[in-house]
Design a protein around this ligand. Structure first.
Ligand code: AMP
Ligand code: ZN
Length: 484
């Protein structure tokens, strides 16, 4: 499979490690708040990447981190610790309680969205947090020792310096520092405007914290560990270097994250890997474009413009409607979120299910074969940088085709190993008739007209609905609509 490498700006064939395994590291959630649909765009992309790799016959080892320490509110070196901010919001004093609460919320969402766990095991409804590692999720606080070890190796090789406040990576020791972002080092000088406690001994504004001491602003920081540099806590970026190398080894085939990680988090991670091991650890850096609001701004937790999964289901959508929307385009295309977009995904999903239901006879679920020429095209689309819009159009062609129902059923079921849209399971469920959003709106308007006894408008709206091919009847239980 080819993926787009941010470092080389080219599509590149993925490479396995020396044991023939594709190793994949996904930057995961910071568990100080509920995750939102933007975050799930990222996780859904890596979920289908994992599923597609397995479908195509690759051997995959994948992990995802859970950040429960060290991520400060500005992504830079100084600022409020996100976990402590979460504790304040929840009204609890223990940051571990915050981490557990939001980790559970995240895992419940992952279950609802039918994601695989990073280890490839299916998610379970009531997740036991003692099993995180078996499922491929690694908490930062469970890997403090490896983080200290990796800082020690960078120190031995002369990449770090220490002040009263912190241990820093010296970016001037790594001339390739800005290669991933393509920025100039001078531009990074203004990149630290959020610092509220600038350490006057920090040599270069782009230098970043590897270990923060319990000193100054952080003198009373409640999450802290002993280290060769004193009591304190790790910088945010070190966790991904340490855990990646600890669990996947010194060759990581694919490392993922959102595009906002390119200039800071991943740039720093690459520098740390080099400082510790004197080599590139990551073979392909892959970054997803954002899920955006209507105006093109990023959906973000701190920006307050993003729905949670609970909010999406409260609006009456099935989690699979959202999943359809999230995976139907390639990860390099910005995706605009709106309720209309979600309605579109819902209608497409229900359209497919209804069509299959109409076709399926009682004996059609057994004995079909996967349609080879469609499968070949499907595989080509996946190999091609995960070309999901192409994969979806092949899938829709199969659904509409005149092939035998048994074979269509077998092929849909095969493709859904990658999509994870529970298409086959949904065939068992009662699915409401598909009503386009414009008809639904006219029905709402007509209900208002009827409630206010505005019968002229109510009749006009009924005719308008009729013109669009739907018949509306008034029953004791309200309006009922049917396709003409
Ligand atoms: P966070 O919990 O903010 O650290 O983010 C977790 C993951 O979600 C990271 O990989 C981010 O890059 C990704 N992410 C955050 N916001 C968005 C968005 N609006 N669209 C796509 N991915 C996002
Ligand atoms: Zn990371």
């Amino acid at each position: 499979m080819k993926l787009f490498n941010t470092l080389t700006k080219k599509l590149e064939e993925i490479k396995p490690n020396e044991s023939g395994i594709i190793t994949m590291y996904n930057c995961g959630p910071t568990v100080y708040s509920h995750q939102h649909i933007g975050n799930y765009r990222a996780y859904a992309n890596w979920d289908i990447l994992h599923r597609a790799l397995v479908y195509l016959g690759y051997n995959v080892k994948r992990i995802m981190n859970i950040t429960d320490v060290g991520h400060l509110t500005s992504d830079e070196d100084f600022g409020e610790d996100k976990m402590l901010k979460g504790a304040r919001k929840l009204g609890v004093s223990d940051p571990y309680e915050v981490a557990n609460f939001f980790t559970k919320s995240f895992l419940k969402d992952m279950y609802l969205l039918n994601m695989w766990s990073p280890s490839g095991r299916s998610m379970v409804e009531n997740f036991d947090l003692s099993e995180l590692k078996e499922f491929g999720w690694i908490r930062a606080t469970a890997s403090i020792e490896p983080m200290i070890e990796i800082i020690k190796s960078m120190e031995e090789k002369g990449y770090v310096y220490e002040t009263e406040q912190a241990v820093y990576f010296d970016v001037t020791k790594y001339p390739e520092y800005t290669e991933l972002s393509g920025q100039k080092l001078e531009d990074k000088l203004v990149g630290v405007r959020d610092d509220v406690n600038v350490d006057s001994k920090k040599k270069n504004p782009a230098d970043f914290v590897l270990w923060m001491k319990r000193y100054g602003t952080y003198a009373d920081h409640s999450m802290h560990w002993n280290s060769p540099w004193g009591d304190g806590f790790p910088g945010w970026h070190i966790e991904c270097s340490a855990m990646g190398i600890e669990y996947l080894g010194q060759f990581i085939s694919i490392h993922t994250g959102g595009i906002e990680h390119i200039p800071v988090h991943h740039t720093n991670e690459r520098a740390q890997n080099y400082g510790a091991l004197q080599k590139e650890v990551v073979n392909i850096w892959v970054h997803n474009e954002h899920m955006q609001a209507k105006g093109g701004e990023k959906l973000g937790k701190s920006l307050g413009n993003a729905l949670t999964i609970d909010e999406v289901t409260a609006l009456g959508y099935d989690p699979m409607d959202l999943r359809w929307l999230l995976i139907s385009v390639n990860y390099k295309i910005p995706l605009k979120f709106s309720e209309e977009a979600l309605d579109g995904a819902k209608n497409s999903r229900l359209g497919v299910i209804n069509r299959l239901k109409e076709k399926l006879g009682s004996g059609d679920r057994e004995g079909g074969v996967v349609l080879d020429e469609f499968k070949k095209l499907f595989e080509v689309a996946l190999h091609d940088n995960l070309n999901m819009s192409e994969a979806f159009s092949i899938f829709l062609e199969v659904v509409k085709s005149r092939e035998s129902t048994k074979d269509i059923f077998a092929t849909v079921s095969d493709f859904d190993r990658v999509f994870g849209l529970r298409i086959i399971e949904s065939l068992e469920e009662k699915v409401e008739a598909e009503i386009p959003s414009d008809i639904a709106q006219l029905l709402k308007d007509r209900e208002v007209a009827r409630n206010t006894k505005d019968f002229v408008s109510s009749d006009r709206l009924r005719d308008e609905i009729l013109d669009k091919g739907y018949v509306v009847k008034d029953t004791p239980n309200g309006q009922v609509v049917e396709k003409q």
